[in-house]
Design a protein around this ligand. Sequence first.
Ligand SMILES: Cc1cc2nc3c(=O)[nH]c(=O)nc-3n(C[C@H](O)[C@H](O)[C@H](O)COP(=O)(O)O)c2cc1C
Length: 269
Amino acid sequence: MSEEEINKGRNFLKTSSLMKGGRLQFESDQLKKLPAPPLQKPYPETMTLIDLIKPEDFNIGEMAFIDVINKRRSRRKFTKDLLTLEELSFLLWASQGVQYIIGGGNATWRTVPSGGARHPFETYLCLYQVEGLQAGLYRYLSIEHKLYLIREDLEKPFSINKTLVAPAPIVFIWTVIPYRTEWRYGAFSYKTIAQETGHVCQNLYLASETIGAGTCAVGAYNQELMDEYLSVDGKDEFVVYTARVGKVKQSEKSLLRMAESLHGYRSRK
Ligand SMILES: Cc1cc2nc3c(=O)[nH]c(=O)nc-3n(C[C@H](O)[C@H](O)[C@H](O)COP(=O)(O)O)c2cc1C
């Protein structure tokens, strides 16, 4: 790496260039009184919306919190078991569910935190093994807590050599619409957005464990192929993070063996 690359990368992680004396050093579009962007990307009105199970009707997710934290692991091997619609609803709600629309309709409170409550992400799903739903690429409408099917072709972009995202019972794909955060935070947005992807995926990890499922975050996806697959422009909306999810039945020993072979680590346990 060049000195320039190192400094650029490290500076991205700092707040110092944009914050002086506890104040952000820029004039945002919000301060300029420009209209706030929509809370959610619009969707075609012709789409048939699929109802999900509402959070107040969940009968799952009741594992003791200490056990959930202790069980969390990246899981890459899934059983053939289908996930139920309730389980899928729970995972979507846990990772991006909207609880309130606040700020006169300009922001949302969700199950995860977001700088300035901007919540710049959209959730897409490749569903292979969910009870009652045909396999396909779907989008989650977090405000409505509903799904719609975008299309049925799944296999092509998930060839492991091309994207490093192998098929799984469910593949979560999060895109970012950067202006939703830029409107408020200008150039300060990018570190915030990167931090927030972790919050979203961590909730997915924890929620998965409570239903006998498991998650593996996948940062090593093919940017261009994934953007193309979702038909997003790669500028005003692009993929930022993905995760594989499925039912799991794997001993700690075999998880350790897998981690060793993946990373070249030797464990002592
Ligand atoms: C930002 C991020 C990106 C990751 N990307 C990948 C990935 O592309 N492929 C993969 O198999 N695991 C990926 N992982 C999972 C890590 O390999 C995993 O967290 C690590 O090996 C520790 O194991 P644990 O999560 O079970 O504690 C990623 C994790 C994070 C936080």
